[in-house]
Design a protein around this ligand. Structure first.
Ligand code: HEC
Length: 158
């Protein structure tokens, strides 16, 4: 190899590496979407890219609050029965990943240091657990976490 060729080979190697991991090529191989991609596609319409929600729309603010629900069993069950999860066509594996993304991206101090990420098995079990009235269910969960000194987002539903 001559010295003049070396840079060209290095560039060729770089190009092939970046093509190998390009999103377009990965999409062609039908790989599942990342949790962030699913959040953007399925959740931002209501919750916003920054998780701010909408007071007028009755969409709770995730920022610094949403992790509170991961702290109790009932809270975790509640998370699996919010409208965006119930009405989504995501698989339980995708739901676990997108909910972990929400918790870890927006939870801030509300997320416990020993946060236990959702697994597919837990999502299966919690979704099978009936929650008739999600608004009433949230109210009970909020009562319990508030008693433990953890704040949750303002919530307009009666
Ligand atoms: C059509 C609008 C809509 C979409 C889309 C939506 N959500 Fe929601 N979400 C809501 C509403 C309304 C609430 C509050 C009502 C409730 O508790 O049932 C909520 C509550 C939540 C909460 C609990 C926050 C709290 O403080 O109670 C989480 C977590 C959540 N959604 C996650 C998601 C995820 C993840 C997605 C995407 C897969 C998603 N949502 C898509 C409307 C939406």
């Amino acid at each position: 190899m001559t010295n003049r060729l070396a840079p060209a080979l290095a560039i060729a190697a770089l190009i092939s590496t970046s093509f190998g991991s390009s999103p377009a090529l990965r999409a062609e191989s039908a790989a599942p979407l990342s949790a962030r991609a699913n959040y953007i596609l399925r959740c931002t319409g209501c919750h916003g890219l920054e998780g701010a929600g909408s007071e007028i729309g009755g969409i709770p603010d995730f920022r610094g609050y949403v992790g509170a629900f991961s702290r109790t069993g009932d809270g975790r069950a509640y998370l699996m029965h919010v409208p965006g999860v119930v009405n989504s066509s995501l698989t339980n594996a995708e739901i676990a990943a997108v909910m972990n993304y929400v918790m870890q991206t927006f939870g801030g101090p509300s997320l416990p240091a020993d946060f236990k990420p959702f697994t597919v098995g837990e999502v299966d079990a919690l979704r099978a657990h009936p929650v008739e009235d999600v608004v009433a269910y949230r109210r009970d969960v909020v009562k319990a976490v508030t008693a433990a000194g953890i704040a949750t987002a303002g919530y307009p539903w009666p």
